[in-house]
Each structure stands twice: as structure tokens, then as C-alpha cells.
Design a protein around this ligand. Structure first.
Ligand SMILES: Nc1ncnc2c1ncn2[C@@H]1O[C@H](COP(=O)(O)OP(=O)(O)OP(=O)(O)O)[C@@H](O)[C@H]1O
Length: 687
């Protein structure tokens, strides 16, 4: 028997059990070894029945002397075995279904330990299907950590444990694929030892040690796989080489402002990718307002200049329309004769047909849209560059669908979610990463304050003053309309209420997700032309909206939003030259809410806020779909095990730096194991 053997080779596993294991994805001996417990229980110390206090719902081990032979009754066709214990003040009944042989197992006069859950049956304490032990045997178990597995109907925890125990006892040794030196350096136990102890630890320390090794392995293999694959993926031929004649540099000179050093560096990196022999796969991380749009525009202009189509997919209609307006204006400013095409879901049928036709017709067009860009009807000609905006809102699969619209086009992913580097490697390890970590120099940092609701009149006064100076304001409420289930301000009532607070010439409008796209766009356009001075909105404006003339962001019920989200909202102001302000209204009296908002109050730095948010909420919430869907680690948790993650990442770096193709003799097993791991990951992603 080895790890590839069918599960039926294990003693006691017949064809019926094999089928049941199959339901859990367990087919081979190796599979069952890697079916790790989901929890552990400790068998409690046995308590003598006379002295024991019985608590409903508790798992107990009751030590008692059996007085008489148990009774077997027939309930319908089912034999039910009953045994009763009695003391002066309590009674306990043991019940076994379909196990009439118990009657002969229990010898009157002997002591036994009965282990199970205390329940109430007919107003009397009972224990159903308790396990039975002789006292000495139970003593061996007492206080031991026992594995609890995920199961399927027909496979008991006991059967699962026994089967795994049988494999571990047969001593098939799995080859440890980590080089010995690395294990010493990172203080990791042996692989076989870890497998033994993750299933059957004698004590807590062993479990921790085993888990640490296996978590390390999960991270290590994942990162190594990503990096290894990346090396190969980059070798995908560049089918759309950009012209290398300094076109973007020329355009840059004509901009009314100078690009920041970080923007220039990023543009240079993208350009270098696009003229290299290989197709680009790059992630651009930039904090809110760091100027990602102009970078995207310049690269799309370069694509057109080189004779290719490019497309950018925005997460919302509002944003797509805004990009379309920006791009059209920029093309005019630069005197570029490039077709700019908008394709969104809300276009009328005729407009859509026209857009499809124009996309086919113009092999150098810039195409801007939403999810509509990846639908079957959108057929491109010569698509050389694909940009997805705000990656965390799209799944990896959509990105793939998009890039399959061309023949290995260059891929750029824009993200405004600043994340720590180790996490970026995990989430985007298959891409190169550029970071725009600088905001335009002349910009004044946003002034923040966290206040309670009594501050509102002052806030309105302040907003009016700003409006008189020619500026505009956003007010964010968490709800669209009054709701029975949820407390908090709503945009509908709030905007009505505001009208009584401001002079009639201050135009107030509302914006929320339940409005028709067309209506939303009209309001956003009016706001960007300063025909509306106060926009009362839900978080629909959170992503990417750019109206540099707005200088006040007031957030009602700020305590109800995540830090990363608040940072995004605040990023809607401070985008121009004027001083901007963020007023966070804390509707909660709780200490935690105050602590969280204080983080934003003292910092405008997205990276800092993101890492604090991560600490408070965990990465599951933070990354949304990407985290929950694609990276199914069995044991590892990227937040809890952040320290191991960092070590694993360092270890991968160390090995690949010396042996990038894993060709060394000592890395052979590792290479095989990693390949296997990646195949499994791909299978999981395609499920
Ligand atoms: N180097 C620069 N100097 C001055 N202004 C700039 C510079 N780069 C961009 N801007 C301006 O800054 C504003 C914000 O830029 P942009 O919309 O590209 O931000 P972003 O990175 O997409 O941010 P967000 O993620 O918040 O949408 C825009 O009005 C843009 O014209």
C-alpha cells in the first residue's frame, strides 16, 4: 500500500464504504491522510454516578456499577436496549438502538464508564447510544485530544478515525519534500510526524507543532506554485508589441500637471512589459486619488498608437460613464483621433448594436464599459490590452473570460485596495506588481474629525460656507429609505430634511443603487458640473467617482462602515487643489466604534488603514469574493497565520533565487509535490 493506493486497500474498507468516502472526495490512501480533523475534543474525566452532577447538553463520562442485565424492548421492529441507574435524588437512563448484543456485553456487578451526551427524555435524564468502556481502557483515553472529522451520512467519526489510524499504523512513510536545511532554519517538524500528530496528538503542543508545519506547507506550496507558474506564464509570447517611440512621454509633456514619480515609474514599467517579448500581467495598486486613471488612459492611448484595441472594464455604470467622459475629453485635449466607445448594460438595444459594430470596425479603438464587455455579443478586433478596474469586485474567472476575448492580450489590473505585500503575493502572486505610493505633491492632506450627532448644525453651517466659496459636498447615509429592520439615516428622508436647513439656491439631490442607471448618470453629470451642490448618497459613489471640486465628505452612521470602505468614501474628496474635509458622524456610543474611527482620524494612508482593518475584521470580509471563493486553504488562515505566511514567502524566495527551475537533485521531490498541489488548486477553481 502506498499513498496512491485505492482506499479499499485499507483493512476494513469495502466497496460500500469506498462509495461513501468518494462522496467526500476521498479516493486514495493519500486523500484520507489529508482529510484533517475540523476540531478536537477532549474526553472528560470519568465521574462516579452517585456524585456526578448531570447537566443537560453536556458530554459526560459516567462511571457506574451495573446492577442488573439491561432490558431489550421492541419498538416497532427496532430492538431498543435500556439500562437504568438510580441514586437517591436522580435517575439516568442509557438507551441503545439496534444494538441488542449490548445486553450480553454488560456484566452485572462490574464497573463501566459510559460516555455520551446528557439529554432529557420524558422528564428524565438520558444518554443515547453512549460509548462503553472498562475503567482501565477509559483511563487511557481520558484527557486525550480526539479528532472530530467532517463526515458524510454512513461514515461515523469512529470509522473515520479507525481508518486513518490503520493507515498511520501501516507506516507508509511519505517523503518529506522540504529540504532539511529549510526545516532547521524555519523550525519545522518532520512531515510524517506532522501528519501523525494532526490526527492524533498526545497533547496540545504537538498539535500546534503539527499544524504549524502543515500551514507552512500550504502557504509554501501555493506561493511557490504561483511564482513558478508566473515564470512560465510570462513566457507567453507578446502578440501585441507596443511601438517603442516615446509616444506616452510626448503626451505626458502636454498634461496640465506633472505626473508624480510613482505614476511615471508605473508607466515606465508597463511600457517595458508591453515592448518586451512576453505578454504583460501586471497589478497596479494605488491609494485613492493617486491618479490611476491617467496611467490607464496613457497606456490605452499607446495601444491605439501601436494599432491595437484596448478595453477597460469598470465595476459600476456610473464609473464607466465617468471614464468615458474623461477619456473623450483627454483625446480632444491631446488632439488624438481615436474612436472612444462606451458599452454598458443600460444602453438601449440600438445603441448597443451600434457599439458592437463600431468595436468590430475600429481595430484601434478605446473601449470603456462594465460587465457588458465580457458578454458573448461583444466581439473585438485586435484586442491588445485589457484593463480591469477595481479587481476585488471581479472574480478571477471574469478576468479570464475578458482576456480570452483577445489572443493573450496584455493584462492590467487596477486596485485601489492597498494591501500588505505578503498578502498581495498570495492574492496576486501570478502577476507583477506596481505600487503608486505617492499622491500629487501640491495636494493638501484631508482634515478629519469624528463627532457625534449633536455636531450636525455646525457641520451644515460649515458646508454652507464651503458652498459659498464655490465648492460642493457629499453626505453619505447607509440606507436608501426607512427600514424596519435596520436603524440608521436614509438618503430619501435625509435629503428632504436637508432642504429645510439650506437656502433655496443650494441644490440638493440624492443618489442610490435602486435608481435607474440613466437617472444615476444624469445626477452624477449634474453634480460634476456643479449644478448640484450637495449630493446625499449611499455608498454607490464609493468607487472611483471623481469630482475634484467637492471638498466636504460627511458620513452619517460612520460607525457602521468598514475602515477600508470609509477610506474609499473619504477619497472622493481631496482630489483637487483646495483643502478638503471629512466629517465622520459616530452614531454609536461603543468604545470599539470610537477606536476604529480614530484610526481614520489620525491617518490618510491607505496601507496603514488596510492593515489596521485587517487586524480588526479579518481578511475574509476585506477581500470579499476573492478570499472566500478561490483560495481554499485547508488549515491556513491568512490573517491568523500571517507570521507563518511571511516565513513561507521568504523560504520560497530563498529557494527560487538559487534554483529557479527546481532542477537540483535535492529539490526534485519538492518539484513533483508542487506540481501536484497546483493541479489540485486548478481542479478546485474549475469546480
Ligand atoms: N500627477 C498629478 N497631479 C495633479 N493631479 C493629478 C495627477 N494625477 C492625477 N491627477 C488628478 O487627480 C484626480 C484623481 O485621479 P484619479 O481619478 O486617476 O484617481 P484614482 O487613482 O483613480 O483614485 P480612486 O481610486 O479614488 O478612483 C483626478 O482629478 C486627476 O485628474
Amino acid at each position: 500500500m502506498d499513498i496512491h493506493s485505492a482506499i479499499t486497500e485499507i483493512k476494513g474498507v469495502g466497496s460500500k464504504t469506498k462509495e461513501l468516502f468518494g462522496k467526500m472526495g476521498v479516493y486514495t490512501v493519500g486523500d484520507i491522510l489529508l482529510h484533517f480533523p475540523r476540531n478536537y475534543i477532549k474526553y472528560p474525566a470519568a465521574e462516579e454516578f452517585q456524585k456526578a452532577e448531570l447537566n443537560e447538553g453536556e458530554m459526560m463520562a459516567v462511571l457506574a456499577q451495573v446492577q442488573r442485565t439491561p432490558l431489550v424492548r421492541n419498538s416497532g421492529r427496532m430492538p431498543v436496549t435500556l439500562l437504568e441507574l438510580e441514586s437517591e435524588e436522580k435517575r439516568l437512563q442509557f438507551i441503545w438502538y439496534r444494538m441488542p448484543y449490548i445486553k450480553n456485553t454488560l456484566v452485572p456487578g462490574k464497573w463501566y464508564v459510559f460516555y455520551g451526551k446528557i439529554t432529557q427524555k420524558n422528564r428524565q435524564y438520558a444518554m443515547e447510544q453512549p460509548e462503553i468502556y472498562e475503567l482501565e481502557k477509559y483511563k487511557e483515553k481520558e484527557q486525550q485530544l480526539l479528532p472530530v472529522y467532517s463526515l458524510t451520512s454512513g461514515i461515523s467519526n469512529n470509522l473515520m478515525s479507525k481508518t486513518i489510524m490503520a493507515v498511520l499504523k501501516s507506516e507508509i512513510l511519505l517523503q518529506d519534500y522540504l529540504p532539511a536545511k529549510l526545516k532547521t532554519e524555519y523550525n519545522l517538524c518532520e512531515y510524517n510526524y506532522a501528519l501523525q500528530k494532526i490526527h492524533f496528538p498526545d497533547e496540545m503542543e504537538q498539535l500546534i507543532e503539527a499544524r504549524r508545519r502543515l500551514v507552512f506547507d500550504e502557504f509554501f506550496l501555493f506561493i511557490m506554485g504561483m511564482q513558478y507558474q508566473k515564470e512560465r506564464q510570462q513566457k507567453e509570447k507578446n502578440n501585441y508589441p507596443f511601438r517603442d517611440d516615446g509616444f506616452a512621454l510626448e503626451l505626458m509633456k502636454q498634461l496640465p500637471y506633472e505626473l508624480t514619480g510613482a505614476q511615471q515609474k508605473t508607466i515606465a514599467q508597463i511600457h517595458k512589459d508591453a515592448v518586451s517579448p512576453y505578454a504583460m500581467q501586471r497589478l497596479i495598486q494605488g491609494d485613492v486619488g493617486s491618479g490611476k486613471t491617467i496611467v490607464a488612459f496613457l497606456m490605452m492611448a499607446e495601444a491605439s498608437h501601436s494599432g491595437y484595441q484596448s478595453a477597460i472594464m469598470a465595476p459600476t455604470e456610473v464609473l464607466a460613464v465617468q471614464h468615458y467622459a474623461t477619456y473623450t475629453k483627454l483625446c480632444q485635449q491631446f488632439g488624438l483621433d481615436i474612436p472612444v466607445i462606451l458599452l454598458t448594460g443600460s444602453l438601449k438595444a440600438k445603441e448597443k448594436r451600434e457599439a458592437y459594430a463600431r468595436i468590430l470596425e475600429h481595430p484601434n479603438a478605446m473601449i470603456i464599459g462594465t460587465h457588458a464587455l465580457i458578454q458573448d455579443k461583444a466581439v473585438y478586433s485586435n484586442l491588445g490590452l485589457v484593463i480591469t478596474d477595481e479587481q476585488h469586485r471581479f472574480g478571477v474567472k471574469q478576468r479570464d473570460t475578458f482576456s480570452n476575448k483577445g489572443s493573450h492580450p496584455h493584462i492590467l489590473v487596477m486596485s485601489a485596495t492597498p494591501i500588505p505585500r505578503t498578502l498581495a503575493i498570495i492574492l496576486y502572486g501570478d502577476m507583477d506588481i506596481s505600487v503608486i505610493d505617492e499622491v500629487p505633491a501640491h495636494r493638501l492632506p484631508i482634515k478629519n474629525c469624528v463627532v457625534d450627532t449633536s455636531y450636525r448644525p455646525k457641520a451644515y453651517e460649515f458646508i454652507l460656507k464651503q458652498i459659498k466659496e464655490g465648492h460642493q459636498a457629499y453626505i453619505i447615509c447607509p440606507l436608501v429609505e426607512e427600514s424596519e429592520n435596520s436603524e440608521g439615516e436614509n438618503v430619501t428622508d435625509y435629503s428632504k430634511m436637508l432642504e429645510s436647513q439650506f437656502p433655496a439656491d443650494v441644490k440638493i439631490a440624492m443618489l442610490h443603487g435602486k435608481m435607474k442607471p440613466e437617472q444615476k448618470n444624469q445626477i452624477m453629470e449634474a453634480f460634476s458640473r456643479n449644478e448640484i451642490q450637495i449630493l446625499v448618497s449611499t455608498t454607490v459613489i464609493e468607487v472611483g467617482v471623481n469630482v475634484p471640486n467637492a471638498t466636504v465628505m460627511m458620513i452619517e452612521n460612520a460607525d457602521r462602515f468598514g475602515l477600508a470602505q470609509l477610506h474609499q468614501l473619504r477619497g472622493r474628496v481631496g482630489r483637487g487643489d483646495a483643502q478638503s474635509y471629512c466629517i465622520m458622524i459616530n452614531g454609536s456610543r461603543g468604545k470599539t466604534a470610537k477606536k476604529r474611527l480614530e484610526i481614520l482620524n489620525r491617518s490618510n494612508d491607505g496601507f496603514y488603514i488596510a492593515s489596521e482593518d485587517l487586524k480588526l475584521r479579518g481578511p475574509g470580509d476585506f477581500f470579499g469574493i476573492r478570499q472566500s471563493g478561490d483560495l481554499a486553504f485547508q488549515l491556513a488562515d491568512i490573517y491568523q497565520d500571517a507570521e507563518v505566511l511571511e516565513k513561507a514567502s521568504a523560504a520560497v524566495g530563498e529557494i527560487l533565487a538559487k534554483d529557479p527551475d527546481l532542477e537540483w537533485e535535492e529539490h526534485h521531490v519538492l518539484q513533483v509535490r508542487m506540481q501536484h498541489f497546483m493541479d489540485e488548486q486548478i481542479k478546485k477553481m474549475n469546480l
